[in-house]
Design a protein around this ligand. Structure first.
Ligand code: TYM
Length: 332
């Protein structure tokens, strides 16, 4: 709670080109909270360096991610949009919370296991303590609600545990946040391997549809999406993961439910269905893409948004940080 409003916080890493998984699972849902909640949406650049980044790419993607937030409908007048490294309290609270987080808890994080398998040559301490930084992000703003895709659920549970532990050790200090996982789009799967999550770091370009892909690339990717040897467009995730994933994507972009989609494509086969998915996706992304292009041509405006966002975020974050330091017993 901040003042009389409940608080929403979420973040996206500027670690690659954003996908329709990021869009449907997270960013598209952010705008709905702006009227009722005090909303903080962060470009989490500190998180991104747990994996090696090319400096120029990281810098460019930080602007790009901010521009995409705005292009996806987040009005900087109604939402605090900011860059994580512009608010030093994130790194500082993260250190403090490290001392209230157990080695065993971090060892159980599935994302740590996955990422250390993927980056065996760089299993750094930041990769291990990443969920503590995420807890700091959330807890600094006394966040009530965290809209995320289902892959972040375990990290969110840990943030809740850390908050509860700290509150118990001292006295109520942090709001214990709830996750908000959108009913549709909670986990968009790879188009090439529907058993695994669509991820911006996937090396197979056909597996991933990027928010900024041109229409012809989108159509091509959907055309080559893995389905099955059947021909019926039917929602059955266990039996038909590829088709079911496409149906979820189609549903998210058109608002039609699964029954309506099954009826629409009855007797028509996969070719028609894949084309319709591609068209729906490209049509929905077109306005986002043109707004994005306009914003990227105006860096001064993006810098203004970053600066204003950092001021607002710093103000709230400092308040929580000094409360935490007092409780721990630091001389402040
Ligand atoms: P990141 O950058 O990997 O992803 C950003 C958001 O997109 C969601 N997402 C998906 N949703 C559905 N289907 C997919 N295939 C898919 N891929 C990604 C993610 O769940 C996420 O909501 N650790 C976070 C960033 C973070 C954060 C935070 C989030 C840092 N601090 C505090 C919330 C609150 C991450 O790596 O997200």
């Amino acid at each position: 709670m901040l003042g009389d409003k409940k608080v929403v916080f979420s973040g996206v890493q500027p670690s690659g080109n954003l996908t329709i998984g990021n869009y449907l699972g997270a960013i598209k849902n952010f705008g709905a909270f702006s009227e009722e909640y005090k909303c903080f949406y962060c470009v989490v650049d500190l998180h991104a360096i747990t994996v090696r980044q090319v400096p120029a790419d990281l810098r460019r993607r930080t602007y790009e991610t901010l521009a995409l937030y705005i292009a996806c409908g987040l009005d900087p007048e109604k939402n605090t949009l900011f860059v994580q490294s512009h608010v030093p309290a994130h790194a500082e609270l993260s250190w403090l919370l490290n001392c209230y987080t157990m080695f065993g808890e971090l060892s159980r994080m599935t994302q740590f296991k996955d990422k250390s398998a993927k980056h065996a040559d760089n299993i750094n301490a930041g990769l291990f303590t990443y969920p503590v930084l995420m807890a700091a992000d959330i807890l600094l703003y006394q966040t009530d609600l965290v809209p995320v895709g289902v892959d972040q659920k375990q990290h969110l549970e840990l943030a809740r545990d850390i908050a509860g532990r700290f509150n118990q050790a001292y006295s109520p200090t942090f709001v214990v946040p709830e996750g908000y996982i959108a009913p549709t789009g909670m986990k968009i799967m790879s188009l090439a391997n529907p058993e695994s999550k669509m991820s911006k770091s996937d090396v197979n370009q056909n597996a991933v549809v990027y928010i900024l892909d041109p229409k012809d690339a989108i159509l091509k990717k959907f055309k080559s999406a893995v389905t099955d040897s059947d021909t019926a467009v039917r929602y059955a995730p266990a039996e038909k993961p590829g088709v079911s994933n496409l149906m979820t994507i189609y549903r998210c972009f058109t608002g039609k439910d699964y029954d309506a989609i099954e009826k629409e494509f009855e007797g028509r086969g996969y070719g028609d269905f894949k084309l319709a998915c591609g068209e729906a996706c490209a049509d929905a992304l077109a306005p986002v893409q043109s707004e994005y292009a306009r914003l990227m041509a105006d860096k001064a405006y993006l810098e203004e948004v970053m600066k204003k966002g950092a001021e607002e975020a710093n103000y709230c974050a400092r308040k929580t940080l000094s409360k935490v330091k007092k409780k721990i017993g630091f001389v402040i």
